[in-house]
Design a protein around this ligand. Structure first.
Ligand SMILES: NC(=O)c1ccc[n+]([C@@H]2O[C@H](COP(=O)([O-])OP(=O)(O)OC[C@H]3O[C@@H](n4cnc5c(N)ncnc54)[C@H](O)[C@@H]3O)[C@@H](O)[C@H]2O)c1
Length: 396
């Protein structure tokens, strides 16, 4: 494997997990780290040194970081807003850009990203680890084997009680609070849409046509702030709906439902469902239901929890003999980097490419527009018609 000099830009909560997934690779050298906060640079540099590696250079300006430390790749784990500009700054200089997840703020910025890639051909990818979940890859494998029949409907959700992280944002220098005060949108669509887009061949023979989003009232965060004595949020009005429901229509006729649910008390869940003419897979009930295996009417709790039977028969090759143990996010952080470095090594397109990125990130913009206007909003075709011919080689 070729050696990769890497700069990590954005050193908040997520950077530790990314570093853990990178550090065991002997072909990776973390040459620099960057954050607008010096103390975070210092903490990460020390951590890397404490692990017996050489101390990386530290920077508070990402441009200087890229220009002066000459990385082969930047791993971007900043807050959402600078993702695209940092990607493009790196790509223009021939530096591979691997960005953490998040939605976009304008469609124009996504076209700029597309044009930057088409001009430079510098690899750019989104680190959407959810595409590597065991059950998502089981669904992809079973779909490719024809076991789910023709796909009709998918569901995904980001159901995560984030009230503490959001409401203490100013105290902890975390970015999400400002987003929830000022915007109303599905601000975090890619964990749910990424695996579904791969399953439905989006941008590869299929595409998203339009979406409509509806938001609930916004009371969860102000209630939480009051109950928990977060005085700086006294009287604060949050734009963000507590629950945002989005429906997408696809070119080939499928529908997709997404839910963002982060402001109310609840258990964590991802709500993934993939449903076709021969059966379905459901993540929250941990089950597969195939016509061929079931006779007569069944209740959900009769089939709930049967998933191991199907992992036994139809496990995706990436998960056969993969036992992640305590690896980050159940092993998906490592799997995504394995797949990314493998693609680079063989000179293949990125497993999650610029067209995936732009399409998935656009949902935050379109959802915001839909809620503001109360109507359906068309998706841009970032492939400019090439979706008709492109092939879905993800995790093949
Ligand atoms: N894939 C996953 O499972 C997963 C999990 C958590 C977070 N994330 C993603 O990781 C990213 C970071 O999230 P987080 O919770 O660590 O946020 P955070 O607020 O804790 O950290 C972000 C850091 O980026 C820095 N930053 C912001 N703008 C910068 C700039 N222009 N230059 C340099 N540094 C800059 C901030 O100072 C901060 O330290 C987000 O995109 C988030 O969606 C992904």
């Amino acid at each position: 494997m070729k050696n990769y000099k890497i700069a990590i830009i954005g050193l908040g909560l997520r950077s530790a997990g990314l570093y853990n997934a990178l550090k065991r690779r002997e072909y990776v050298d973390i040459v620099s780290v960057c954050d607008v906060y010096e103390d975070r640079c210092e903490a990460m540099a020390k951590r890397i040194e404490d692990d017996g590696r050489h101390r990386p250079l530290t920077f508070t300006d990402y441009k200087k970081c890229i220009d002066d430390s000459h990385p082969d790749m930047v791993v971007i784990s900043t807050s959402w807003l600078p993702h695209i500009e940092i990607c493009m700054y790196a790509m223009e200089r021939g530096v591979i850009a691997a960005s953490e997840v998040g939605g976009a703020y304008s469609i124009e910025s996504l076209w700029e990203l597309i044009r930057c890639y088409e001009r430079t051909h510098t690899p750019v990818t989104m680190l959407e680890n959810a595409c590597y979940h065991r059950i998502k890859l089981l669904a992809l494998n079973m779909r490719r084997m024809g076991l789910l029949g023709e796909m009709v409907h998918c569901e995904g959700a980001y159901r995560h009680d984030m009230r503490e992280e959001i409401c203490t944002g100013w105290r902890k220098r975390h970015y999400r609070l400002d987003q929830y005060i000022h915007r109303n949108t599905d601000n975090y669509p890619t964990h749910d849409i990424g695996p579904i887009a791969k399953l439905l061949d989006i941008n590869c023979g299929n595409r998203f046509l339009s979406l409509i989003s509806v938001g609930s009232k916004s009371v969860g965060l102000s209630h939480y702030a009051k109950e928990n004595g977060i005085d700086e949020l006294d009287g604060m009005k949050f734009m963000q709906s507590d629950v945002v429901s989005t429906l997408i229509k696809c070119q080939n006729g499928e529908t997709v439902s997404l839910t963002l649910d982060t402001c109310l008390p609840r258990y964590y869940a991802r709500g993934f469902i993939a449903q076709g003419t021969r059966g379905l897979i459901s993540e929250d009930t941990n089950c597969v239901y195939l016509d061929s295996d079931n006779k007569g009417h069944k209740m959900w709790d009769e089939v709930s929890g049967n998933i191991n039977l199907y992992y036994g028969k139809y496990e995706h090759p990436l998960w056969v003999d993969y036992h992640p143990g305590k690896e980050g996010h159940g092993g998906i952080d490592s799997l995504q980097f394995d797949d990314l470095f493998r693609a680079l090594e063989y000179g293949e397109d990125m497993p999650i490419d610029v067209y995936d990125m732009a399409t998935w990130m656009s949902i935050s913009v379109l959802s915001e527009q839909s809620m503001a206007t109360g109507g359906a909003i068309p998706f841009p075709d970032f492939t400019n018609g090439n979706w008709i011919y492109r092939k879905n080689n993800f995790a093949k």
